[in-house]
Design a protein around this ligand. Structure first.
Ligand SMILES: [Zn+2]
Length: 279
């Protein structure tokens, strides 16, 4: 390699690093400026009307939740793909992300850059129209390979699932639980950032026990959980966060496992029990 080319590469590398630092500084400044402002009333109203988890929080925790939502919306790119998205969609995407990580106040999904919002559910080739032969429709997914760092959610499914009433389904929570699971490199139902090693064996045993009940028709958990351990975790997390009272009544042991995994109080008052800057 000639000296000129080496010098050019060096100059470009230094310029790249400088640009990277400047963009990071800009982003940090933007976050600080944004968080200096209280949450707009319109956003607060969306959370109050549509997000049961938020409504059950005490006032102090509501303030923390709102800050987390603002931080997420300031640092992540949320785009509609051939569909208009408004503040309701943006706030609900952020709420989906914050709910499963609420016990970890410093966590802001470092591996997620973009959330794509689709006009409808889609198939495995990302088509939203129903073509012959494509029967499997998906309301959300976490990207792999070239789609790494990208989450896709169907707009109508996201909105329907946040209807302000406790229910057992929530596509947003489902996908963000997969993202937490994916942090250790494997979406396998055992997120290492949430589950300590000695707890892995008992957790797998609990999954098998509940899967057996679902198979025998002795459980009200969505049978989609039977697909594999990762889907089991995502499906039961939807139910756990959407309707903790019913979940506790019907699945006390599994409920206690999920309280340990997501660091929630066992009475589900949502207070932060683990104050860490990162998970
Ligand atoms: Zn899934």
């Amino acid at each position: 390699m000639s000296d000129t080319i080496s010098l050019l590469i060096l100059v470009l590398a230094v310029a790249g690093i400088a640009l990277g630092i400047r963009s990071l500084q800009r982003k940090r400044k933007l976050v600080q400026e944004h968080l200096a402002e209280p949450m707009p009333d319109a956003w607060h109203n969306i959370l109050s009307k549509k997000v049961v988890f938020f409504n059950d929080l005490n006032d102090d925790d509501k303030a923390v939740f709102e800050e987390r939502v603002q931080l997420f919306l300031t640092t992540k790119n949320i785009e509609g793909v051939e569909v208009e998205i408004d503040d309701t969609v943006r706030v609900l995407v952020a709420a989906s992300a914050i709910i499963p990580t609420f016990a970890f106040p410093g966590y802001n999904y470092p591996d997620v850059g973009t959330v794509l919002v689709y006009p409808n559910s889609f198939d495995e080739t990302f088509q939203t129209k129903r073509y012959k032969g494509h029967r499997e429709f998906i309301s959300g997914m976490v990207g792999n390979r070239s789609m790494n760092g990208i989450v896709i959610l169907s707009k109508p499914d996201l909105i329907n699932d946040f209807n302000g009433l406790p229910n057992e389904n929530n596509v947003g929570i489902h996908e963000f639980v997969h993202l937490l699971d994916k942090e250790d490199g494997l979406i396998d139902g055992i997120p290492q950032i949430l589950i300590e090693q000695p707890f892995v064996g008992p957790w797998i045993h609990e999954i098998k026990k509940e899967m057996d009940k679902i198979q025998k028709g002795h459980s009200d958990i969505n049978p989609y959980a039977l697909k594999n351990n990762a889907e089991f975790l995502a499906v039961v997390s939807e139910y756990f966060f959407e309707n903790p009272k019913k979940f506790r009544k019907n699945h006390l042991e599994l409920y206690q496992f999920l309280c340990t995994i997501f660091k929630q109080d066992s009475d589900f008052k949502h207070s932060i029990v683990l104050v860490k800057t990162t998970v």
